[in-house]
Ligand binder design. Structure first.
Ligand SMILES: [Zn+2]
Length: 269
């Protein structure tokens, strides 16, 4: 994948100045359709077989994750764990769980421009301000660093996500693995947030992909589904999170496909 600036340059300038915004989506769809994993899944191949053929799979689990930011695939400021809107959709009890999971971890916590989760929680022109405030609050309460991420720092100018990674290991640096297709990340399970929240997050993120801000259900269909990919620490977690994901998106039918794998972790329990 090319980055924001390369994509913009390829289309003749800053994307805000590109008259045909649809061109960006066409090009990104074309590019991501060539991805090895997307092609293999489309052909009905087994995901674990495919991942093992992709260089960098094991290495993607080899280091500590040092950043907590939105699940949004356009945002990547480090080795990333994702929580939609940095926790803006959590209730008080869930917020406490997140704070406990992140306290004193020496992480970077970011808030970002044009946050879909912030817009869900606080519709209107001030939604980003609420998003920044939430991320900043999380950084203060957990003793971590805070940073704002603006459009010019996005790794893609548009929502080009083809997948949602439901991350249960807390060790998968998928965002920095170039072979993997563009992705939303929910690390809710790895952070100990409960099933009720994860189900809500899966529905919300898949909803953004299916809506006008993403490739939308004009492109996602039975032949080219949006993939929810469970990254699990063991078979039991894989079964559990897969069932939860199926339940969360059952209304979308064949446009969404749930699949999953057991991570190649060094020290399995
Ligand atoms: Zn966001």
């Amino acid at each position: 994948m090319t980055n924001y600036h390369e994509q913009a340059a390829a289309l003749g300038g800053h994307p805000e100045h590109v008259s045909d915004h649809a061109q960006l989506f066409d090009k990104a769809w074309e590019q991501t359709s060539e991805n090895f994993l997307i092609k293999g899944l489309k052909a009905g191949q087994d995901i674990e077989d495919l991942l093992l053929q992709m260089p960098g799979f094991k290495e993607a689990f080899s280091h500590e994750l040092n950043t907590l930011e939105c699940s949004d695939g356009r945002v990547r400021s480090g080795a990333k764990m994702g929580v939609a809107g940095e926790g803006i959709l959590l209730n008080d009890e869930e917020w406490k769980v997140l704070v406990d999971a992140l306290r004193g971890k020496d992480m970077l916590i970011t808030g970002h421009e044009s946050c879909g989760a912030a817009a869900m929680a606080h519709p209107g022109p001030d939604s980003d301000a609420y998003g920044y405030a939430t991320a900043k609050k999380l950084a203060i309460e957990t003793g971590n660093r805070y940073q704002e991420v603006h459009h010019e720092d996005f790794i893609s100018p548009i929502h080009n996500e083809r997948t949602l990674v439901v991350e249960g290991t807390g060790k998968f640096d998928v965002a920095n693995w170039p072979e993997f297709p563009p992705q939303y990340i929910s690390s809710a399970a790895a952070l100990g947030l409960g099933d009720a929240y994860l189900k809500k997050a899966i529905a919300a993120l898949t909803g953004i992909a299916m809506g006008d801000h993403g490739f939308s259900d004009k492109r996602f269909n039975a032949e080219n589904p949006f993939y929810i990919i469970v990254s699990a620490k063991d078979e039991e977690q894989k079964e559990h999170l897969s069932a939860l994901a199926e339940e969360a998106v059952k209304d979308l039918g064949v446009k969404v496909q749930v699949t999953g794998f057991v991570a190649p972790l060094e020290n399995k329990q």
